[in-house]
Write a protein that binds this ligand. Structure first.
Ligand code: NAD
Ligand code: UDP
Ligand code: UDP
Length: 326
């Protein structure tokens, strides 16, 4: 077994960055853990498995430099790391509305604990914020200096206001305690490992089309979103973490190509060669009418980063993934 010993010794010398990913067993978190491990970093995945799953990270368990810890970020966490990606928070409306008080606690108490951890360790910390901070926007496309139009007392508020308060905390820790922060506003992201049952539009449509069931259009289907493929998002996240020390964000990350839900349904039906029809259902409360990121700042700050995967190719990959799950 001398080679195992040799590998471990070389590894200890080679890897200097220890990275904490909260929400690491979720959709985006599990992709991020994988990319960081492949790059040779030591990764600690912390998750309470509310929406995430051990299955998402099971294929990473053979990495010597990977560790999974069951923990709820609303409680303090004492570990030793150099960087923190704070992704812990349910992201789909069904899940974040299931226990709205816990959703706000996760965003707010979770941010305080992770910022406290970053402060003690002098570690750089990136917050997975969201385009939901813009609410139902009057400015289109959304630019980072737009303050948003958010209902503080509605069904989506636990998520939107929780994430807004987390941003406030990040900037106050930055001003008050000089923590190195990075705040990323993520627009709708999709790809393999989305959960089949979390009610998001891309997963719903693909599953319905594959089963030959009608695709559920909420409202008139003319509301728009701009969908980013997961690989493009993870590229940007890693680039942002290593961006200039004085660059804090907030930074929009997403794919600016905009589509309405009727067009998306047609595309999914075409790509799956499905015979599914459409069924119209009520529009959920406070559902934003339109959403599209302005990504000029991201291009400038992240060395020319822009999304590479078009919706057609990304949907093909996602459809393949869901086909493999049935
Ligand atoms: P997800 O639900 O798949 O992942 C969230 C993870 O956080 C899960 O593994 C869940 O178990 C974990 N978690 C939830 N509460 C926790 C707690 N209290 N303590 C520890 N772990 C907890 O969602 P996702 O799509 O991967 O989103 C990841 C992050 O990115 C979230 O913060 C979300 O708000 C943000 N985001 C995602 C999108 C998107 O389109 N996917 C868009 C905007 C923002
Ligand atoms: N904290 C943590 N891990 C650490 C340091 C702090 O989880 O390594 C949590 C702890 O719960 C604390 C919170 O982060 O209350 C905020 O820390 P900070 O130092 O900002 O404030 P404190 O509450 O300690 O005055
Ligand atoms: N939507 C839909 N059918 C579905 C699920 C969602 O028409 O089966 C709509 C939803 O009302 C919203 C858009 O698709 O206008 C995106 O919804 P999702 O939950 O994926 O993301 P978010 O609303 O958080 O952007």
């Amino acid at each position: 077994m001398w080679f195992v010993h040799f590998y471990n010794e070389v590894y200890k010398l080679a890897v200097v960055v220890k990275i904490l990913v909260t929400g690491g067993a979720g959709f985006l978190g599990s992709h991020l853990c994988e990319r960081l491990l492949v790059a040779g970093h030591e990764v600690l995945c912390v998750d309470n498995f509310f929406t995430g799953s051990k299955k998402n990270v099971a294929h990473l368990m053979h990495y010597f430099n990977f560790e999974v810890m069951r923990h709820d970020v609303t409680f303090p966490l004492y570990v030793e790391v150099n960087q923190i990606y704070n992704l812990a928070c349910p992201a789909s409306p069904i899940h974040y509305q299931y226990d709205p008080v816990q959703t706000t606690k996760t965003s707010v108490h979770g941010a305080i604990n992770m910022l406290g951890l970053a402060k003690r360790l002098n570690a750089r910390i990136l917050q997975a914020s969201t385009s939901e901070v813009y609410g139902d926007p009057e400015i289109h496309p959304q630019i980072e200096n737009y303050w948003g139009r958010v209902n503080p007392i509605g069904m989506r508020s636990c998520y939107d206001e929780g994430k807004r308060c987390a941003e406030t905390l990040f900037f106050d820790y930055w001003r008050q305690h000089k923590i190195e922060i990075k705040v990323m506003r993520i627009f709708n992201t999709y790809g393999p490992k989305m959960y089949p049952n979390d009610g998001r539009v891309v997963s719903n449509f693909i599953i319905q089309a594959l089963r030959g069931e009608p695709l559920s259009i909420y409202g008139d289907g003319l509301q728009t979103r701009s969908f980013c493929y997961v690989d493009d998002l993870i590229d940007a996240m890693i680039l942002m973490m290593s961006s200039q020390v004085d660059f804090t964000g907030p930074l929009n990350i997403g794919n600016p190509s905009e589509i309405n839900m009727l067009e998306l349904a047609e595309l999914v039906i075409k790509l799956t060669s499905s015979k599914s029809k459409l069924v119209f259902k009520p529009l959920p409360q406070d559902d934003p009418r339109q959403r599209k990121p302005n990504i000029e700042l991201a291009k400038a700050q992240l060395g020319g980063w822009e999304p590479k995967v078009c919706l057609l190719d990304g949907l093909r990959e996602t459809i393949k993934y869901f086909q493999s799950q049935f």
